[in-house]
Ligand binder design. Structure first.
Ligand code: DX5
Ligand code: ZN
Length: 215
């Protein structure tokens, strides 16, 4: 049974409180919060001001996915806004180990995300330091894209690396997750399913969350 993390990027931004109520009352475990800076990715989403408001509406785990350059400049502010976990991109962090230590020293779970073109092998010297690896199964920047099939192989590779290195890192899959592909992702070793459009564009988001949870 995977951890289900609906992505608020796909929610109606005019009615975020309604989306929070829905997630709170559903079987979802986490909130997945996508922060984009228009530099690391070609889109801008929302930042700490919104997260701070959302924090008032929920006690569930806030999984904050930073698609930004120089995340070290903002880690403390995201902690203060209510982040429980902070994930940074390997491609955005020339001093990744330092970023991970900073996040942990602030009392948050530390995650690293890798883009579709980034090999799992590059995680070998960081896998024992992180709490989570986010395998991006679309190119980051937008919700509603199609799952890149090659990602399945990367999940299996990552699972093997985690077992081999006796790491406690969770495997998160982010992008294009659907009711059609989710069960193969869980079978391959996924611990956390991020789901944006699959949840919020469905007729019954709460039921969709339950269906993902029951896989
Ligand atoms: C994409 C984000 C994802 C996105 C997923 O850059 O990191 O979290 O919200 O949305 P779906 O599930 O619609 O692909
Ligand atoms: Zn994300």
């Amino acid at each position: 049974m995977a951890i289900i993390a609906p992505s608020l990027l796909a929610a109606d931004f005019l009615h975020l409180e309604t989306a929070c109520d829905l997630i709170n009352e559903s079987q979802a475990d986490w909130y997945h919060l996508d922060v984009m800076d228009g530099r690391f990715v070609p889109n801008i989403s929302y930042g700490m001001a919104i997260i701070k408001q959302l924090r008032k509406a929920s006690t569930k785990f806030f999984d904050v996915h930073l698609m930004i350059l120089e995340p070290e400049k903002y880690a403390e502010e995201f902690k203060d806004a209510g982040a429980d976990g902070l994930t940074v991109h390997l491609e955005a962090c020339p001093n990744l180990h330092r970023n991970i230590q900073q996040i942990k020293s602030l009392g948050m779970k530390a995650g690293v995300a890798i883009n579709p073109h980034t090999p799992v092998g590059l995680l070998v010297d960081i896998i024992n330091d992180v709490d989570l690896v986010n395998i991006m199964s679309v190119n980051p920047g937008f919700g509603g894209q199609s799952f890149i099939p090659h990602s399945l192989k990367k999940i299996i590779e990552l699972k093997n690396l985690i077992l081999q290195k006796q790491s406690a890192a969770l495997i998160e899959v982010d992008g294009g997750v659907s009711l059609q592909n989710a069960s193969s992702l869980v079978k391959a070793g996924t611990d956390v399913l991020v789901a944006g459009n699959c949840v919020f564009s469905s007729d019954d988001p709460s039921r969709t969350i339950s269906e993902l949870k029951s896989l």
